[in-house]
Design a binder for this molecule. Structure first.
Ligand code: ATR
Length: 290
């Protein structure tokens, strides 16, 4: 029941109407019996949106593409990890002061480490925005050998300098021969392949090799072109729900102090997406794993 006591939360992004974050957080509020709602805000002017959050007393906000880095200097305080990464995906409103956090790093790394020990692995990271920064810093802490690939040279080179690793322009992949891209893990941390441009992929199919692990942060569609082609080539795949659920659970904990069960979120999201849980999903649930 929405009434005069209802607390407001939300996600700011653009585009954002495909987001599954409202499904995750509203379900969690309902389960806990909290009088709160979570809405999706398609934002054009970030400064105006932040003024609205302060002015209206919105309690907490998720930040998504394309605002994760842009929001950092506009907040009243940025917690240590988010400051180091230079990206915020979670905002808490404490009495009109907006405080930024980052739960993307742990969300992504937990999703990858469910399937592989990452220490010392060779990783190709596509993207140089907020999500890529969070994942890149996490991988660096595990002594991974990183290559950053990005469309814009400025952002790509900037991130590769901070991570002390190689940079390659995105267009160079199209010129590579089959098998030329060396990697244990390939991660798409861009919006390439996201609905409605779901016929696109950042990695040409010929570069995918059996035994590689391929993760996509895009979850609409769940089976992106990249993941479909990776499966066809015999790669291990990690879909975009895995990072989404984990970063959301961590931000829900920051807002409410309550920990969500990943297996339950997955089951509910797959139902929302009209997907039947596969054997692998169910095995994860049985083990109580995320
Ligand atoms: P966020 O902070 O939420 O990650 P972002 O900073 O806008 O969002 O970053 C989006 C990432 O997706 C960037 O790496 C962007 O590449 P550019 O630096 O060249 O902008 C990448 N990206 C988005 N759309 C793309 C497209 N159509 N082709 C290639 N890369 C794209």
């Amino acid at each position: 029941m929405i009434d005069a006591q209802t607390k407001l939360y939300g996600v700011m992004g653009n585009p954002v109407h495909h987001s599954l974050s409202p499904a995750i957080h509203n379900r969690a509020f309902r389960q806990l019996g909290w009088n709160a709602v979570y809405l999706a805000f398609e934002v054009n002017d970030l400064g105006e949106a932040l003024r609205g959050i302060r002015g209206l007393g919105v309690r907490g906000v998720s930040v998504t593409i394309p605002f994760k880095t842009e929001v950092v200097p506009l907040l009243d305080k940025v917690e240590g990890l988010a400051r180091k990464i230079g990206a915020v995906n979670t905002i808490v409103n404490r009495g009109g002061k907006l405080i930024g956090y980052n739960t993307d790093r742990d969300g992504a790394l937990e999703a990858l480490e469910e399937k592989m020990n990452l220490r010392g692995k060779k990783i190709v990271l596509v993207g140089a925005g907020g999500a890529a920064r969070a994942i890149g810093f996490g991988l660096k802490e595990r002594d991974c050998h990183l290559v950053v690939i990005n469309r814009s040279k400025k952002k790509g080179e900037g991130l590769s300098k901070e991570l002390r690793c190689q940079y390659l322009p995105l267009f160079s992949l199209a010129k590579m021969k089959a098998g030329e891209l060396e990697a244990d893990v390939i991660i798409n941390a861009t919006s390439v392949g996201m609905y409605p441009r779901d016929g696109e992929t950042p990695i040409p199919k010929g570069l995918l090799k059996k035994g590689m692990m391929v993760m996509d942060i895009v979850y609409q569609p769940l089976r992106t072109k990249l993941l479909r082609e990776a499966k066809q080539r015999g790669c291990v795949t990690v879909n975009g729900l895995e990072m989404l659920m984990r970063q959301a659970a961590a931000q829900f904990e920051i807002w409410t102090g309550r920990r969500l069960e990943i297996g339950q979120i997955r089951k509910a999201l797959l139902r929302t997406l009209g997907e039947k849980p596969t054997k692998t999903h169910l095995a994860g649930l049985k083990k109580g794993k995320g």
